[in-house]
Design a binder for this molecule. Structure first.
Ligand SMILES: Nc1ncnc2c1ncn2[C@@H]1O[C@H](COP(=O)(O)OP(=O)(O)O)[C@@H](O)[C@H]1O
Ligand SMILES: [Mg+2]
Length: 238
């Protein structure tokens, strides 16, 4: 196994792998990755292991998984430098396409939102807007910005996770998709809060990205929504 700490390399030791994998508990088996919680020398970590796909040629498969693992680690490290809160990548096992990431003690925003007091919902939404604004001002689109990919800890601090679909981009539409997906995830899970949440989100976003850019991106989000509706309509009719 080849363990790499970001920013430097570590000697490989079989023993580490044993410790890393000894107490792991699966959190989620996704289409692309298995996410587990584990303890390593007293630190709580999550591992994100990209699983082999039998339909891909083995060599290509290994290359794809390794490339996506590296991509996610690189984006997280760039975002941390830019002051966007996301859990740190502690170790990377390139050969096994696995990232070991700081475990955040908290819950998915999706689960927490309904129980938050109304005043807190406003400040969380505004804060999220600032965070996403900071990410976008660094030309990074998250790619899957739903309330399951935002964690909130006990102090109300937010973290963005899951950068497998992220991209470095200058395309307004790619950035607008983030806001569209966030809005959609609120619409499906927390309908009564959606309007207030998005209003405050956009206040925070605009404080970072400026009023003009925010108005332009809102127009783009509306356009994406219209197109989505049109596609759904046609699907229903056919
Ligand atoms: N650093 C973390 N700390 C705590 N929980 C996490 C962390 N990373 C992921 N999780 C949990 O695991 C779930 C799946 O992880 P995620 O990176 O979103 O993978 P997937 O691609 O399967 O959605 C998250 O929705 C969250 O509940
Ligand atoms: Mg996810």
């Amino acid at each position: 196994m080849r363990l790499t700490r970001l920013g430097g390399s570590m000697a490989s030791e079989e023993g580490w792998q044993m410790t890393l994998k000894a107490k792991s508990e699966v959190i989620r088996i996704g289409a692309e990755a298995i996410v587990s919680k584990l303890e390593w020398n007293g630190f709580k970590l999550v591992s994100k292991h990209r699983v082999p796909k039998p339909y891909r040629m083995p060599e290509l498969d290994k290359w794809v998984r390794e490339r996506r693992t590296l991509h996610e680690a690189k984006i997280i490290s760039d975002l941390k430098k830019a002051g966007v809160p996301c859990p740190a990548v502690v170790l990377m096992d390139r050969d096994d396409s696995t990232l070991y990431i700081q475990f955040i003690e908290g819950s998915e925003l999706k689960k927490a939102l309904d129980e938050l007091p109304p005043k807190l919902v406003e400040s969380v939404a505004r804060n999220l807007g600032e965070i996403v604004g900071r990410m976008h001002s660094n030309r990074i689109a998250h790619g899957d910005l739903t309330t399951s990919n935002i964690l909130i800890d006990r102090n109300g601090k937010l973290y963005l996770i899951d950068f497998g679909l992220s991209a470095v981009t200058d395309d307004l539409e790619e950035l607008a998709v983030d806001i569209h997906l966030l809005d959609r995830s609120l619409e499906s899970a927390h309908h009564p809060l959606r309007e207030k949440f998005m209003k405050n989100f956009l206040k925070g976003y605009s404080s970072i990205m400026g009023r003009d850019f925010t108005l332009r991106i809102i127009e783009k989000v509306k356009e994406i929504r219209r197109r989505g509706r049109y596609v759904e309509e046609r699907r229903r009719r056919s």
